[in-house]
Ligand binder design. Structure first.
Ligand SMILES: C[S@@+](CC[C@H](N)C(=O)[O-])C[C@H]1O[C@@H](n2cnc3c(N)ncnc32)[C@H](O)[C@@H]1O
Length: 256
């Protein structure tokens, strides 16, 4: 992982108030990082920082980029689904009220937010510490305009873990559905919601052994999101595969 010192740096936006400084100090302490005053820091190519802004939100910033939490297109996706019953992810997962869903690749959590609206709980793993921290510190505090998102966010447990290790520690059939959406092997730079993640994301590929472990810990099904030319499709016999030919993004389902 990219890291600019042995410890993560926490700071504030310029001209901070007392609450911002307190929050930055508190998070530095919580995550074993260091607090540095903003006016003593220089933004340059080698440096990146966690920043507490005036609204006390946490973002991760570098010279020419910023990673921050936002619910992305979840609102449009839910509205479309409610109108016409079509969302490739929801159709593939078919979440039920009592389901506990394991999202192995949480990212900024927009899929998790959508799924958790329909189920009991989503357990979301993220291996990249900056992405994890930005999501876990904002997902329940974000100023959502939609009440369903606020409620859905409370049902997501965010864990900083590598799914390759996590899968080894789970009992058979411990989640109703296991969902995995790794970074595409053949990236789609048009995907603006993923672009801020790229610099600090993990780029692990799913192996056959990973798929077998996912199948083992799922009660009902495993759902994989990948591009049509990604290697995962050759590793297993998927029962269903639906998606958009135009975007080349597909959701494969392994039923149990
Ligand atoms: C394409 S994004 C997921 C987007 C997500 N579905 C959403 O709705 O925002 C893939 C994410 O998986 C994470 N990731 C990749 N390999 C991982 C691993 N082995 N364990 C946990 N997370 C991983 C990446 O860091 C990245 O944030």
């Amino acid at each position: 992982m990219v890291k600019n010192s042995s410890k993560w740096i926490f700071t504030t936006s310029h001209k901070p108030n007392k609450n911002q400084i307190e929050k930055a100090l508190q998070l530095a302490n919580k995550y074993g990082g260091v607090y540095l005053e903003r006016n003593k820091l220089q933004m340059n190519k080698e440096n990146f920082y966690f920043v507490i802004d005036k609204k006390l939100s946490l973002s991760f910033q570098w010279e020419d980029g910023k990673l921050f939490f936002h619910p992305s297109v979840s609102k449009i996706r839910l509205n479309n689904y409610l109108k016409n019953g079509i969302d490739y992810l929801i159709n593939a997962v078919s979440p039920q009220k009592s389901d506990i869903i394991l999202d192995l690749t949480l990212g900024l959590g927009s899929d998790a937010l959508l799924l958790s609206h329909f189920c009991k709980e989503v357990v979301g793993l993220e291996a990249s510490f900056p992405i994890y921290a930005v999501v876990v510190e904002n997902i329940t505090n974000y100023d959502y305009k939609e009440n369903w998102m606020k409620e859905a966010s409370k049902k997501i447990e965010v864990i900083n873990s590598d799914f390759k290790n996590f899968l080894n520690e789970q009992k058979e059939e411990s989640y109703d559905v296991v969902y995995c959406d790794p970074m595409f092997e053949n990236p789609q730079y048009k995907s603006s919601s993923i672009n801020p993640l790229r610099k600090f994301a993990r780029y692990d590929k799913i192996t056959k052994v990973d798929l077998e472990k996912m199948v083992k810990i799922a009660k009902k099904k495993v759902v994989i999101k990948a591009r049509s030319n990604d290697s995962v499709w050759d590793l297993y016999n998927f029962d269903k595969k639906n998606g958009s030919k135009k975007s080349g993004v597909f959701f494969g389902v392994i039923e149990k």
